[in-house]
Design a protein around this ligand. Sequence first.
Ligand code: CUA
Length: 402
Amino acid sequence: MYPQVFSAAKEVDQAFLIILGFSVFILVAVTLTMLFFMWRYHHTRNPVATDIKGSVWLEILWTALPTIIVLGLFWTGWTSFKAMRTIPEGAMEVQVEGRMWSWMFTYENGKTSPELVVPINTAVKLTLKARDVIHSFYIPAMRVKWDMVPGMETEVWFQSDRVGEFDIFCAEYCGLKHAEMLAVLRVMEPMTFDVWLEETNQADKAGLKLMEEYGCFDCHSLDGSEDVAPTLKGIGGKVRLVILPDGVEEELVADKEYLKQSVLAPGDRLVKDWDDDMPSFAGDISKDDLDAITQFLLGDKHPGEALADEEGCLACHSTTGEDDVGPTFKGLFGETRTVISEEGKTQIVIADEAYLRDSIMNPSAWITDGYDDGMPPYDDIDEKTLEGLIQYLRSMGKESSQ
Ligand code: CUA
């Protein structure tokens, strides 16, 4: 069994052992009694059947006894279930998103991570969400397992009393790479954890300070919550449905230009369903400050990389040139590749825009030689996202990588 590093795990293990113990005891008792009766009442020893009339006391006994046993077993299960379900006040919150076939953990300060990192001896509350199909979040060492159903938000909690690394699995069959839907739980000393948490994904903190000074966070959050205004979490490269001054709706990718425009003339590109409340900062903000802020919001990443991350592409495709479950994105655009059709036909193609579009929307039609047919079709992807991804792939492509 996995080590016991969580207080509630002890109760879970206890319930398991008690139920197992009882089951074994009853199995042995019933089997022995059965064998004894076979021997004792064999027809050679007992040629004439005995006529036994009912016994009230026996009836009461064998009704009451199993009832007590079953209620007792229920009680042990119930107490451990309650311990697992009662989330302590003030627990640290982490959002967990499961998607084919990777995990994404988001912290209260907006930091995202493919690993679940937590401090020791701290209650951690996980909010579970599934992006596409049903997954199940499973940390055996914490005895935590909970289904994730698309459209439904569920919660679990745990607390580790040991520093170390523990496995995280998906425990619900969710497609071809289900078995590879793995992550690591890393439990750290509080100090180390604080340092880790503060290393924001966005390297440029000057922008963050400026945003505080300009009061951006009076209305906008970085953690995904949305009260007065849209959140700025992961804004870079996101597709926004905006309303132009003439009332026309348009989808725009939040790139540098878009973000600048939104600061200088917020009303001109109003994100749908939000009020035109934000004042224009034109004249109040210097060009340098604006640059620093957009730089911060976009991070060092190409806006398309944020998209690729969001869509889960990076779970199987690397950006470094290493081949993963799928071919790497680095140098992919413009490359010549051998592809094999579903019927086994081989063809040599150049990875141009048309090819990439097809590969995203209908990956199974032509598989790159040497890879498995593992990618789910992204046929419901919206046009802007697709364009953003292709732009990104183009930027990583052969010609521009030199
Ligand atoms: Cu996700 Cu199996």
